[in-house]
Ligand binder design. Structure first.
Ligand SMILES: [Zn+2]
Length: 223
């Protein structure tokens, strides 16, 4: 029997890596989709390529969509600094990239319709999501409905898209424990918002990652 295809949004970070290994473990023929979106550094895309090789999946596309042209985030606007993280702060951090997951999932739907991959995996979590509204289940549900209304495959051929957000109610600790079982190549995942050779250790993302590995009871293989 032909295997079902899935697209995994792969940033090169920890969450998307676990999502990719999970999709593979569920028997999907996996295609990774990454974006060169104007992020501060290209390390995570290099990591994404390495992860694709170590997961031995079917294909990888890197789409160029320069959202840095209009800025609005310290991840894409070089005139802004990445602030030191306070992972317990409630306000939306400057690292929020305007409508990023809305754009990424739309592109995934386009690729999915073209290659007949109707399952899309995204590694978002609304538990430790830094207040990013596009990481919540309500958003995922809404995007899924939109994609199923805006594609010929779904409307006329009955090929319904499903957006899988397997970690939406999980913590990073849960993800790391699951990822260790799945054999995720954590050593080649990149979480730091800065891209300076070694993780900075002080940004939001570095702090969340360090805390999660500690709570999961593993040392971080990337450090
Ligand atoms: Zn960092």
């Amino acid at each position: 029997m032909e295997r079902k295809k899935a697209i995994v949004l792969l940033s090169g970070g920890l969450d998307s890596a676990v999502a990719m290994w999970l999709a593979k473990s569920q028997g999907y023929e996996v295609y990774a989709l990454s974006f060169s979106y104007g992020q501060r550094h290209s390390i995570e895309l290099e990591k994404a390529k390495t992860l694709v090789e170590s997961a031995k999946i079917s294909g990888h596309r890197i789409v160029d969509i320069n959202m840095g042209q209009w800025g609005g985030s310290s991840l894409t606007d070089m005139s802004m600094n990445v602030e030191e993280g306070d992972i317990h702060k409630k306000e939306i951090p400057q690292t929020y990239v305007p409508a990023r997951n809305l754009v990424f999932l739309s592109v995934a739907a386009s690729m999915g319709e073209a290659i007949e991959a109707y399952d899309i995996f995204i590694g978002v979590s609304e538990v430790d999501y830094s207040g990013y509204v596009d990481c919540r289940q309500s958003f995922i549900d809404s995007m899924e409905s939109t994609i199923n209304m805006g594609t010929v495959a779904a409307v006329e051929e009955g090929k319904k898209f499903k957006i899988h957000a397997p970690f939406v109610y999980k913590t990073k600790v849960d993800e790391i424990i699951m990822g260790m079982d799945l054999g995720v190549d954590f050593a080649n995942t990149w979480s730091c918002y800065k891209g300076e050779g070694t993780p900075c250790g002080v940004c939001d993302s570095c702090k969340l990652r360090a805390e999660a590995f500690r709570k999961a009871g593993y040392s971080d293989p990337a450090i």
